[in-house]
Design a protein around this ligand. Structure first.
Ligand code: HEC
Length: 251
């Protein structure tokens, strides 16, 4: 978040940037060409090569599929966003008081994207563990066990125990009492003992498994599979593989 510094005068592009940061950047990203959290959303960096300003203004009016309509924007607000996207130059300063804006003047802060608080070496600045897997006893509303989930390979190489990392992706618990989860930035597939939280097994994948695993059985043999697509909010490298494992001892 950054103060939007309410002003009485700004250029159309500045006003557009403020509006973009407040409403559009959540989906379309801000500084980067694509929003790492939603890489499938179109990058608006190059929109001027694809669309005319008129088409953008119409899209803001109507919306399309997952793109909401912004028909509630006043005409100057829509124009300002378009001016920002098309990187208009040479425009003079405009007086906000003379414009009939629907809300843009009122906004005290704008979102500047998804930021992490890191130390100078690039690791999270808060106290470890930096990510955990937690088993909760729903009957008692109590934590059964909690264990760090994942590690940084650079820190592991220095002999540090698992630190946990930012994680995104759910676990799968088998009837046999194993909890499988990818989720961590170490790009590994982990298996924990459901009863104790002990890490039983890890497999180093080529990319992060930020998806929830699935399980199925064929001819009495049980398999666990996870999509390792990488990328996303953890911003580790992208991948395009499924990793599938047969559970030993079955059949
Ligand atoms: C809730 C998420 C979301 C928000 C917020 C959002 N958009 Fe979008 N936007 C989308 C999606 C999804 C698409 C692709 C629509 C489709 O399926 O055609 C899109 C498409 C677009 C396109 C067309 C891109 C192209 O290459 O054709 C433009 C331009 C655009 N958005 C501008 C904006 C602006 C300006 C704002 C802020 C006022 C905004 N969007 C806010 C989700 C969003």
């Amino acid at each position: 978040m950054a103060p939007s510094a309410p002003q009485t005068e700004m250029t159309l592009v500045e006003l557009g940037k403020m509006i973009y940061g407040t409403v559009c950047s959540a989906c379309h990203g801000f500084e980067k060409a694509n929003n790492p959290a939603a890489p499938s959303f179109a990058s608006l960096r190059t929109v001027k090569e694809r669309l005319t300003q008129q088409q953008v203004l119409e899209l803001l009016e109507t919306g399309r599929n997952q793109m909401p309509s912004f028909a509630t924007f006043s005409a100057p607000e829509k124009r300002a966003v378009a001016a920002f996207l098309f990187e208009e130059t040479g425009a003079g300063r405009i007086s906000l008081k003379d414009l009939k804006l629907s809300w843009a003047q009122e906004i005290p802060f704008v979102a500047t994207g998804h930021h992490e608080f890191r130390d100078p070496d690039g690791f999270p600045a808060n106290k470890r563990p930096w990510g955990t897997l937690t088993a909760i006893d729903l009957d008692r509303g109590a934590i059964r066990w909690q264990t760090p989930l994942g590690t940084y390979r650079a820190l592991e190489a220095k002999g540090m125990p698992h630190t946990g990392t930012f994680n995104i992706g759910g676990p799968l618990v088998t009837a046999g009492g194993l909890a499988f989860i990818g989720a961590a930035m170490d790009e590994r597939f982990h298996a924990f003992d459901k009863a104790t939280g002990k890490l039983l097994w890890e497999f180093q994948m080529d990319a992060g498994g930020y998806a929830t695993p699935a399980t199925y059985a064929i001819d009495g043999r049980q398999y666990v599979i996870i999509a390792a697509g990488g990328g996303g909010k953890p911003e580790t490298k992208p991948g395009n593989a499924y990793y599938c494992f047969a559970l030993a001892g079955d059949k």
